[in-house]
Structures are given as C-alpha cells and as structure tokens.
Ligand binder design. Structure first.
Ligand SMILES: *Cc1c(COP(=O)(O)O)cnc(C)c1O
Length: 361
C-alpha cells in the first residue's frame, strides 16, 4: 500500500513540493523590531469601549459579505475619490493573491523593482506566473527608469507592483518616474501604499486620472496587524472581476467590527504614527553617528542599515542574544549585503536596540 508520503509526492504539484513555507521566526521573549508592527496599544477607555462593542457581535452569524459599513468608513478615512471602487482582503497579501489569480495564465508576467516586497514573487510563483525583478539603483535604491521601461517593453507585464514607500529599502520613489511607468505599462500598476501614514504621501488624489492604476492599503502597519485587513482601491471594472475570486466571507465579523470601531478613533492611530515618524528621525540620526554603519533615509516605519565592518549575521545574532529581533536582509539580494532592517518601536525599545548595536560594533 502507498504511504501518505508517497501519495503526497504523487498528487501535490511539483512546484509546491519544491517550495518552502513562508518562515516566521519565533519571537517569544524578544523585543520585536522585525515586522513593522506598531508598538503601541490603545488608551484604556477606548479598549473598554471596543470590548463592549465586540461583545455584541453575533459570531454565530456569517459576516456581511460585502462589508458595506466598513467600506463606507474606509472611503471617508482614506479620502477615496467618489468614483473609485473598494475591495477588501484578509490582509493586503490576500489582495495580491486575488489579483494574481485573476490574471494568471501561461506566460503571464509580473514585474517589480528589487530589492522589494517578497510576497510579489512568492505569490507569482504560487500562480505559476513569471516574475521579473528589475534592480533598483545600487546607491540610493531609486527606480532605474530606463531599466524599468525597457523591461516593461520587453516582457509586457500583466501587473507591475510598486511599493510606495518601498520595503525593505524605505525610500519613496520619485512621483515622475512612477507616472512614466504607469503610462508605459500595458496592464495594471498596483501602487502598494502599506506605509502611507509614515510617508505622508499618497497617489490617491491622482488615481481617477488613470484606467490602469490600483492603490493598495493595509491597516497592518497603522496598528492593526492582527486584524488582517487590506484595502484595494481603483476603477470598478477591474474590481468587479477581482470580486469573483474573493471568497464571500473573507473579512470576519470580529475584524469588521473592530475596524469599524477604531476608524472612529483614527486620531489615536494618527498620533501614534506621528510619534513613530519622530522616533524614526531619532533612530536615523543615532545610526548615522555610529562608525561602521551606513544608513538610508526612510519614509516608512523602519530603517535599512548596513554594518560595514562586521558581518550582518553576527550583528543579527548579537542583537538576538541581547533580546532584540530584527530582520536580516543579508543574503536576500546583492544590494543588501550586510544589511539589516529595524522597525521603529517605542522609545525604550529603540534605545535598547541602539545600545545593543553600539556594544556589538
Ligand atoms: C507589510 C506589507 C504588506 C502586507 O500587509 P498585510 O496587509 O499585513 O498583508 C504589503 N505590502 C508591503 C510593501 C508591506 O511591507
């Protein structure tokens, strides 16, 4: 008789068998500065009001499949232009997956600058699309416009993903280059504004001028990573097709209720973001003063830096031994040799990180 393992080998697609599970490191007991989470919780009275609201949720019932109340509130909060459609995802990762599934067919191409957000490639692989990464400029990680336009011309991508600001480099691509890419792209351009509150820049006002641009947002970096709520905004003719792939109840009742609730207190989250932006400048200045460290300016809630005299593997390990978890980028891209990414935490967390790093260096 065939063993379970043999059956798995026979039936699971070879590309899945060869791929690996997305790895999330164990962070228990560590100061978590690896995943761009907001380090703050809510004031006690708001927390109590939220719990009160949650207690009225009917978990025995399916959620509103259209999440219409939540979408209405998001449209106001994000100043979404009136003629634009909104689709919600279980995190923006799910939205990327839905877009990918909708355009996937043999020989379809997704294109993104690199180093960039890894999920674009991961999801391209899952739907068996071809993924083309176009190198950013090595010195300042700006878009190499000529290389982008040539690659767009040559590969005719169905979707170009642009994270604005970019992860893991933290910079905001120049708006002129983005517009040139949009007008040259034969298909969709997805502007991933996961960090828009930290950048204080958005393409939202210009969105109605284009027929091939979608803006993606998430509540994760704003302080609600645990809820899993991503937002896609763009022309209804695109979103109507994506809606056919969205599973009907992808936004659960607790997420809908919690997000509706906190959007009434968006000023709390905005104040937290303002604090994070301020602390980002402090951490940036401190890193810049450290000998042997190269640091890049960031418009997001994290900072990319390079340790020039010590291998980033050792720095990563040293920090972990000191109780601090960062994201190690060394080994993930040629441009990121000896690079690490630190998320801005509370001021105590930031100082613990800076102190431990100084000691290691
Ligand atoms: C974190 C991140 C996301 C994913 O957000 P979720 O909504 O939590 O899935 C998307 N894009 C970029 C560029 C990110 O850094």
């Amino acid at each position: 008789m065939e063993t379970a393992e043999q059956r798995v080998k026979r039936w699971i697609r070879p590309s899945i068998l060869e791929s690996s599970t997305y790895h999330v490191p164990d962070s228990s007991g560590l100061i978590k500065l690896d995943a761009m989470e907001n380090p703050y919780s809510w004031p006690e009275d708001i927390k109590q009001a939220w719990l009160q609201k949650l207690s009225q949720v009917n978990v025995n019932r399916y959620p509103d499949a259209d999440a219409s109340v939540l979408k209405e509130k998001l449209s106001k909060t994000f100043a979404i232009p009136v003629d634009q459609g909104v689709m919600l995802g279980n995190g923006s990762d799910e939205i990327i997956q839905i877009i990918a599934m909708a355009v996937a067919k043999p020989d379809v191409v997704f294109l993104a600058p690199e180093p960039g957000f890894v999920m674009y490639r991961v999801i391209a692989d899952l739907v068996r699309a071809e993924y083309i990464g176009v190198p950013l400029k090595a010195d300042d990680f700006s878009l190499d416009l000529d290389a982008m336009l040539q690659a767009i011309e040559r590969y005719q991508p169905a979707v170009v993903f642009l994270a604005w600001p970019n992860n893991p480099t933290g910079n905001l691509f120049h708006i002129d280059t983005i517009e040139k890419i949009i007008t040259s792209a034969p298909g969709l351009v997805v502007l991933d504004e996961a960090y828009h509150v930290f950048a204080e820049h958005s393409f939202m006002p210009q969105l109605p001028q284009y027929e091939n641009v979608l803006i993606m947002r998430t509540l994760s970096k704003l302080g609600l990573a645990g809820l899993r709520l991503g937002v896609l905004v763009g022309p209804n003719c695109w979103l109507n097709e994506f809606e056919k792939l969205r599973l009907p109840y992808n936004i659960n009742v607790l997420t809908q209720c919690s997000a509706e609730f906190i959007l009434d207190y968006i000023n709390v989250l905005d104040q937290q973001a303002a604090q994070i932006r301020k602390d980002r400048e402090y951490v940036f200045t401190e890193l810049k003063l450290m000998p042997g460290v190269q640091v890049w300016p960031s418009a997001a809630n994290f900072i990319l830096f390079k340790t020039k005299s010590i291998c980033a593997n050792d720095v990563f390990k040293g920090l972990k031994d000191a109780g601090i978890l960062l994201k190690k980028l060394h080994g993930s891209h040629t441009w990121l040799e000896n690079c690490l990414r630190v998320t801005i935490g509370t001021s105590d967390e930031n100082n613990a990180f800076l102190k431990a790093l100084k000691k290691i260096l």
